[in-house]
Design a protein. Structure first.
Length: 413
């Protein structure tokens, strides 16, 4: 197969004008499964090729393996393991997973469920008397921050400071030098530094004083791989905070939007609460929180769909395009919570499969179930809603919903 260049399609996908509906452009992109760009990078957009390369040991997550390395978001600090390759990636991921899920900590997510439900209930109680809510500002955004503070062991009195840092960091992710003030980027850099310093203080306090929170477990665990350094613990906490927060915000916001666009499914969920489990899996396929892995590097020459990608090349992985590939999913542009064999790419695949996925799933399941149960005759104020600038972490920046024609009659609870 000959790879043709398709720079114009990618350019239109990245253009903010396409943010509300990039899916027709993804279909256009899939016509060339591996497309070389003008700058020498490669874009992969079909399910089979994405699934294969995500398991290819010649694919690197380390910026140093690019022929033209880009600056790391972590700067000179210890990178998160998502930006490492084996064996260091495997070691740190194993050490984190010992305290985040099976087999060593099988009850972490289920043990958090009462706190998740209480947090969602409290946030919805706070807007119970409104005729209009913003699902992002009122639920999807504050919910995961509260959860991560609980999980890490951030003292409740420090949560306001923590939220300010998170807000500045998240805002800086969407920074656009052409339109945004430099202050937006500077605030994000400063917040990263302040957050790392703050987390470092918490980790130092945990040494020799074990408790049930994640920072304490990481700081006091001597497992088969030894113990994480304080810098490694801080980087892991940052990864959980930033990646986990963004995933959950978009999953809840995109999920609410999709349900409001499919009122028959929304009603089914009210009548059949157990539908939420396959429904969230379909959301991860149909309107995923992460659309693009913007770069990976070729360790050596890699052949994909008959195309040789040279060593050192930048590779962009279009996960959302793969999850709507008609060669893998029947009628892929239809939202179908009854879909079988739904092996989407919503959380990636391979060694970098999102390690916070189980928590993000449960957060979305609880939030959407309770939101649907409580809201009376919800209608979208704007469709499409305004979207965040990022084509990578795609979701509404606001999602205004009017309740019962502007008249509340339902008592929550």
């Amino acid at each position: 197969m000959t790879t043709t260049e398709a720079p114009d399609t990618l350019r239109r996908i990245l253009d903010y004008a396409s943010r509300a509906d990039p899916y027709p452009l993804y279909a256009e992109l899939r016509e060339t499964p591996v497309a070389r760009q003008d700058d020498g990078s490669y874009v992969i957009s079909t399910y089979r090729e994405l699934a294969d390369i995500l398991h290819d040991p010649h694919l690197s997550s380390d910026v140093r393996n690019l022929a033209h390395p880009m600056p790391s978001a972590e700067g000179t600090t210890t990178p998160a393991f998502i930006n490492m390759d084996p064996p260091e990636h495997d070691r740190l991921r194993r050490m984190a997973m010992r305290h985040f899920g099976p087999p060593h900590t099988p009850g972490l997510v289920t043990g958090l469920e009462p706190a998740l439900a209480d947090t969602v209930g409290g946030l919805l109680d706070g807007v119970a008397d409104r005729e209009r809510i913003d699902v992002v500002d009122d639920l999807a955004y504050p919910f995961p921050v509260t959860v991560i503070c609980h999980l890490l062991g951030v003292p409740r009195e420090d949560e306001p400071r923590f939220r300010v840092w998170v807000n500045d960091i998240i805002n800086a992710i969407d920074y656009d030098a052409r339109t945004d003030p430099q202050e937006k980027l500077d605030d994000g850099v400063r917040a990263r530094q302040d957050l790392r310093q703050y987390l470092g203080g918490l980790v130092e306090q945990r040494h020799g004083h074990p408790s049930d929170d994640l920072l304490s477990r990481l700081a006091n665990d001597d497992g088969p791989d030894g113990r994480m350094t304080d810098e490694e613990i801080i980087s892991t906490a940052n990864l959980l905070l930033i990646a986990g927060h963004e995933t959950t915000v978009n999953l809840i916001a995109n999920g609410t939007l999709t349900l409001l666009r499919h009122p028959h499914v929304l009603q089914r969920l009210r009548d059949e609460p157990d539908l939420i489990v396959p429904l969230v899996e379909e959301l991860l396929r149909y309107e995923p929180p992460v659309h693009i892995i913007p770069w990976r590097a070729a360790y050596s020459d890699i052949t994909v769909a008959g195309t040789v990608i040279p060593q050192g090349s930048q590779i962009m992985l279009m996960l959302a395009a793969g999850s709507r590939d008609p060669n893998r999913f029947h009628d892929p542009d239809r939202f179908d919570p009854d879909r079988h064999d739904n092996q989407h790419l919503g959380f990636g695949s391979g060694i970098h499969l999102c390690f916070g996925g189980p928590l993000a799933r449960r957060e979305a399941q609880i939030a959407l179930t309770e939101l649907v149960r409580r809201l009376d005759a919800p209608t979208l104020v704007a469709d499409p809603p305004p979207y965040r600038r990022s084509p990578v972490l795609r979701g509404p920046i606001h999602l205004q919903v009017e309740l019962n024609g502007g008249q509340r009659s339902h008592t929550p609870g």
